[in-house]
Ligand binder design. Sequence first.
Ligand SMILES: *[C@@H]1O[C@H](CO)[C@@H](O)[C@H](O)[C@H]1NC(C)=O
Ligand SMILES: *[C@@H]1O[C@H](CO)[C@@H](O)[C@H](O)[C@H]1NC(C)=O
Ligand SMILES: *[C@@H]1O[C@H](CO)[C@@H](O)[C@H](O)[C@H]1NC(C)=O
Ligand SMILES: *[C@@H]1O[C@H](CO)[C@@H](O)[C@H](O)[C@H]1NC(C)=O
Ligand SMILES: *[C@@H]1O[C@H](CO)[C@@H](O)[C@H](O)[C@H]1NC(C)=O
Length: 344
Amino acid sequence: MAGDFRLFIKDILTIKAPKKSPLALRMIVLTFAMLCGIYICSICLKQISSRTNIGFLNVQVLQRPCEPHIIEPWEKLYVHYPLPQTFSRAECRCHPVRYFAILSTQRSGSGWFETLLNSHMNISSNGEIFSVKVRRSNISTIVETLDKVYNLDWLTSASKNECTAAVGLKWMLNQGLMQHHEEIVKYFNTKGVSAIFLFRRNLLRRMISILANSYDQDAKLLNGTHKSHVHSPHEAEILARYKPTINTTMLIPNLRQVEEMTAKALENFKSTRHITLYYEDIIKNQTKLIEVQDFLKVPRMDLKSRQVKIHKGSLSQQVENWDDIQKALSGTLYESFLHADYRM
Ligand SMILES: *[C@@H]1O[C@H](CO)[C@@H](O)[C@H](O)[C@H]1NC(C)=O
Ligand SMILES: *[C@@H]1O[C@H](CO)[C@@H](O)[C@H](O)[C@H]1NC(C)=O
Ligand SMILES: *[C@@H]1O[C@H](CO)[C@@H](O)[C@H](O)[C@H]1NC(C)=O
Ligand SMILES: *[C@@H]1O[C@H](CO)[C@@H](O)[C@H](O)[C@H]1NC(C)=O
Ligand SMILES: *[C@@H]1O[C@H](CO)[C@@H](O)[C@H](O)[C@H]1NC(C)=O
């Protein structure tokens, strides 16, 4: 090819003979110009493509930490710009992300609360990750799991796209949280994780919900499948047909135990940035959900859940031995649990 080319040039240079027709000469010059053009073009293209490659690399290497949005100095700890390994945050790379954990107890409305949060387009709450025992075997596995969640690399159906602005999980007090509270508080306070406490005021209603739910684990009232949460009034009605009997001997000690556990959790985690919510308050007044969104610093939205409450209405209709329960609690600190505290 190069040889051809040289011959070609030689040809042109030696074309002096006026005998050759001007047309042929023009054709040769034209062809030569074309070849030159193609050659130059190909070199140019090569350079352009290699330059863009280099440019791309530069962008990767020089990718600077995002300029913080205008925030108060105390907030700095709570604002993050994660670089997930599993995907690119693309256009939201420089949108801040906040970390949270919903700290709760079973049957306190946290499942419902979490579906509400996940209906927000910028919130990803990844469920009860620590219900799996190996993840909470020791503080190293806990930290490893949390790191993955907060780096947006924990992929669940709740994971949003690159524009997640608040990421977290649901964590029950008995899932290693109280056991390792010192290290976890330290993690929260160094990584800037905010805690959302969610408890239930009426612990008697909670107890009924626990008993009914554990009964259904064996009975499987809904066509042979056990469900802890339902999405239709029909299913809710079937589950609510079962009325547990509460052993009144253990009733007061049980209520006290739960009360003490929640008080202890609040005490242990009091140094973290936190908000305390009660299930009943959210049901009564949905403006509580605005408070939560403000706490997480996400844009305010209307939050929705498809879950249907299982036990509604009067407590006396929900247990088998109402009279015994009334007798046991009357005149005690827990008497108020007997009275209806909200309407649905
Ligand atoms: C929320 O998500 C939307 C859509 O993905 C995105 O356009 C918006 O920037 C996000 N907001 C925040 C505060 O990250
Ligand atoms: C923590 O638990 C994991 C899984 O059970 C185990 O592989 C690891 O050795 C444990 N680490 C420590 C420090 O005990
Ligand atoms: C159980 O299955 C039957 C037949 O498939 C259906 O009609 C009924 O609605 C189901 N009941 C529940 C509670 O899912
Ligand atoms: C109630 O609980 C106590 C203590 O655990 C037990 O001794 C008693 O038999 C229980 N009563 C019933 C009716 O199950
Ligand atoms: C709902 O709660 C907000 C504050 O969270 C309060 O300002 C408002 O008055 C409450 N509304 C009702 C109907 O209780």
